[in-house]
Design a protein around this ligand. Structure first.
Ligand SMILES: [Zn+2]
Length: 93
């Protein structure tokens, strides 16, 4: 599981770091540098990008219903995970 190229990747984010910050990214709460790192990661990472897209759609949906302020990040994450599971199940069939 160790990444031998990690030493030169100090300015690059890992997938989990990107996913951790997706909400802040979408909310525009990050510094321009961090935003740029996430954007750069999403461009090259085929694993995170679908999650980002999914999350963006989901967030817009929540915003529309004015629930986003009420939902704590942990709850948002759980709802998001549920949606993601649904989506995955759909693709499996
Ligand atoms: Zn990634």
């Amino acid at each position: 599981m160790t990444d031998s190229s990690a030493s030169k990747a100090s300015t690059q984010m890992t997938c989990s770091e990107v996913i951790e910050r997706i909400y802040e990214f979408l909310d525009g709460e990050l510094t321009p540098q961090v935003e740029e790192q996430i954007r750069a990661h999403l461009v090259v990472c085929k694993r995170c990008y679908p999650e980002f897209e999914h999350e963006r759609v989901f967030l817009r949906f929540l915003e529309k219903r004015a629930q986003i302020e009420k939902a704590p990040p942990s709850l948002r994450k759980r709802i998001f995970q549920a949606l993601l599971d649904e989506e995955t199940a759909r693709h499996d069939t």
